[in-house]
Structures are given as structure tokens and as C-alpha cells.
Design a binder for this molecule. Structure first.
Ligand SMILES: *Cc1c(COP(=O)(O)O)cnc(C)c1O
Length: 389
């Protein structure tokens, strides 16, 4: 049976398990207090209060005003709403600048905008995944309506210099949007200091529920709604609020506020001990991403001579759940666009593996990986046609 074998979940950048404390806070809002927050009776008012309380918690976490937050169905919707909403609210400017390493929620949205006549410019990154600021300075002009650059990359964890990017965008009156789905709840965020006008976040990336997130839009930043209907979210996002989800998101924000600092340290220790262990046991591995300036829980490596998918499947057989950069698209394996943009050669990009640690991982999890993983690599290298050893 599945649960007889101990499993080790190291795919926290894909999604995190909801914190039991979050679930407990959500439960009453499925039944006892399940009224519609738009209803004016007592039950409706209680649901409304719960939504507004969550809004306050979220605002405290990212340092914005409550009337700057819009609850959505998650990171993907927030990215769409920020990019399309900013574009459709005006007609003067036609250029959107993003980076080569964005999440598909941003990249595919930009592709779509291109079909509708917008000019899309993708800024390159250096070998660590840091966006080229000189390129940005030259690219942003008076035609630029939006600069959209992520806060931290989901594959390699590199953290981008948002403040510098915001300054460049604002020099020409462009709006600065950032997909902060990987950083909210994990590192401190101050929207003023970071010079961000629009920020996307998602509950399930920091121990909240799936299917709920938010777009934060600073006062004075114009954007059109994507959903039309009722007056929800101050006419910017129609549809009855996901009350349990929003309550869960608020609870996740509150927990992160108090535990973020200590948690970051312990997760970083786990990550570093995993890297040290792997490095000691396995030759010809490289670290992908910035050596220091990256998310505490992210370890992306390339193992020479073997494929990420083979490692994943073998780890899976041992109950270890990780991720590989490449995605199986229409039968052909495509290497990660992030690693390729960083200049990682094709073979190493195909041999990449991401371990992402989180709140519920322990030292024992890491020890288990260090015990099992070298044997897997040895076995795969022995049958690899690329391996000369
Ligand atoms: C997960 C993720 C998203 C998508 O968020 P969803 O809530 O799953 O739609 C967007 N951007 C980044 C960087 C992510 O890691």
C-alpha cells in the first residue's frame, strides 16, 4: 500500500501542503458561516467580516492598504489580471517588457497580448538568473505600458532586484508588475520599498489552500477588470467570494508573518545540508541559480550524463517527490526555458532536478535522499550512453 512506505515531499515550489492550522480556520466557512458576503443579513455580515479580516492580514504581510487588494483564484489569474488589466485600461502605450525566465502564467499571457498587437520584449538574464538591468534601462521607453518581472524564480529560486527594476520602469511612467508567487509568505515584502505597482500572490505556495490568491494594485494604478458581473472586490473582480479560501489565505498570511524568519533559517539549513551531502557523494553535479541570493528552500542541480526524468522516476520509486525542469510537451522533452536562458547547455538542462523544501520537511527527509540518491545516479550513469566512466 502507498502509505506503508515513508514518502518525502520535496516539491514545495509546485505546491505546499495546507497548514493544519489554516484548514482549521477554514472549516466553519463551508457550512456554519457559509452565507454570501453580499447578503445583508447577519450570516452574510459574518462572512463579509471574515473576508475583510483576511484582507487586513494580507495587507499587513505585504505592506499595502486594504483597499489595494483584490482576491482572485490564484497566481495565474492574478498575473492575467495584472497584465491584461493594465493594458486594457489605456490605449496610448503598446509595449510590454518581461523576462525570459517568467512563469508560464506571465509568458503565455504575453504571447496572447502579442497576438493582439502589443510589442513584447523579453529581457535576458545572466548565468545566475538575474535580469539584465542594462538591457532593461535601454528597453523601457515612453511607449512602455508595463514591466512584468517575477520576484523569485520558481525553478532555480533566484531573487530579482525589484527595487532597481521598479525605478527603471517608473522613469518612463510604466507600471511595474511582479509575480511574487514564490516569495510572499517566505521573505519579507514591502511594496513601497520594492517600487512595485502590482503584485501577484497565491495561497497554495505558502501553506494556504489551492484556488485562492490575490492581486495587489497600488492606489493610482489604473486597470480594467477581466471578470464582469456583480460589484465584488470594488467592481474589479466579479463573482461570489471564495470565503473559506480567502479565510485560509488570511490565516496563511498570519502564520507567515510570525514564523517567516525562523522558518527561513531552518529551511535554508536543510537545503544546504542536502547540497553538501549530494556534492560529497556524487561527482560532476552543478548548482543552478544564484549561490546565495535565492529562495531558502530551492535546490536546483544538474547531474551530468543522465536525464532529469529518469532521476525523478527512480526517486519516485523510493517515495521521494521532486521535480525536473523539463516538461513533456507533445511527446518530446523540452528543456527548461529558465535554464536555457541562463546559458546552461542543453544536456545539463535535461539533467536538471529541483528539490524544494518547506515547512514540513525534516532532517530525516534530507538524510533519506542522501542515502538513496547517489545509488540512483550511479545506476543511471552505468547505463548512460553519454557516460565515459
Ligand atoms: C505556482 C506559480 C504560479 C501559478 O500560481 P497558481 O496559483 O498555481 O495559478 C505563478 N507564478 C509562479 C512563479 C508560480 O510559482
Amino acid at each position: 500500500m502507498e502509505h506503508k512506505k515513508k514518502s518525502v515531499y520535496l516539491d514545495n515550489n509546485a505546491t505546499t501542503p495546507a497548514d493544519p492550522r489554516v484548514i482549521e480556520k477554514m472549516l466553519p466557512y463551508f457550512h456554519e458561516t457559509s452565507a454570501n458576503p453580499s447578503s445583508i443579513h447577519g450570516a452574510g455580515r459574518r462572512a463579509r467580516d471574515a473576508v475583510e479580516e483576511a484582507r487586513e492580514k494580507l495587507s499587513r504581510l505585504v505592506h499595502c492598504r486594504t483597499d489595494e487588494t483584490y482576491f482572485t483564484s490564484g497566481g495565474t489569474e492574478s498575473d492575467n489580471m495584472g497584465i491584461k488589466g493594465a493594458a486594457f485600461a489605456q490605449s496610448e502605450r503598446t509595449k510590454i517588457i518581461t523576462s525570459a525566465i517568467e512563469h508560464h502564467a506571465v509568458l503565455t499571457t504575453c504571447d496572447y497580448m502579442k497576438k493582439h498587437g502589443y510589442e513584447i520584449v523579453k529581457a535576458p538574464v545572466d548565468e545566475y538568473g538575474i535580469v539584465d538591468l542594462n538591457f532593461l534601462s535601454r528597453a523601457v521607453d515612453d511607449k512602455t505600458l508595463l514591466v512584468s518581472i517575477m520576484h523569485a524564480n520558481n525553478e532555480v529560486g533566484t531573487i530579482e532586484p525589484l527595487k532597481d527594476i521598479g525605478e527603471i520602469a517608473h522613469r518612463h511612467g510604466a507600471i511595474f508588475h511582479s509575480d511574487a508567487v514564490q516569495t510572499v509568505g517566505k521573505i519579507p515584502i514591502d511594496m513601497d520599498a520594492l517600487q512595485v505597482d502590482m503584485l501577484s500572490l497565491s495561497g497554495h505556495k505558502f501553506y494556504g489552500p489551492k484556488g485562492v490568491g490575490a492581486l495587489v494594485v497600488r492606489r493610482g494604478t489604473r486597470f480594467d477588470p477581466l471578470h464582469h458581473g456583480g460589484h465584488h472586490e470594488r467592481n474589479k473582480r466579479a463573482g461570489t467570494e471564495n470565503v473559506p479560501g480567502i479565510v485560509g489565505l488570511g490565516a496563511a498570511c498570519e502564520i507567515s508573518m510570525t514564523e517567516m524568519n525562523t522558518e527561513e533559517k531552518s529551511i535554508r539549513e536543510l537545503r544546504d545540508s542536502l547540497w553538501i551531502g549530494i556534492n560529497k557523494e556524487i561527482g560532476e553535479v552543478q548548482l543552478n541559480g544564484h549561490p546565495e541570493n535565492r529562495l531558502a528552500g530551492t535546490l536546483n542541480i544538474s547531474v551530468k550524463y543522465i536525464e532529469g526524468e529518469s532521476m525523478l522516476l527512480n526517486l519516485d520509486m523510493h517515495g521521494i517527490y521532486a521535480s525536473s525542469g523539463s516538461a513533456c510537451t507533445s511527446g518530446s522533452l523540452e528543456a527548461s526555458h529558465v535554464l536555457l536562458a541562463m546559458g546552461v547547455p542543453h544536456d545539463l538542462a535535461h539533467g536538471s532536478l529541483r528539490f524544494s523544501m518547506g515547512r514540513f520537511n525534516t532532517k530525516r527527509d534530507i538524510d533519506h535522499v542522501i542515502e538513496v540518491f547517489p545509488g540512483i545516479v550511479k545506476k543511471l550513469r552505468a547505463i548512460s550512453p553519454l557516460c565515459k566512466n
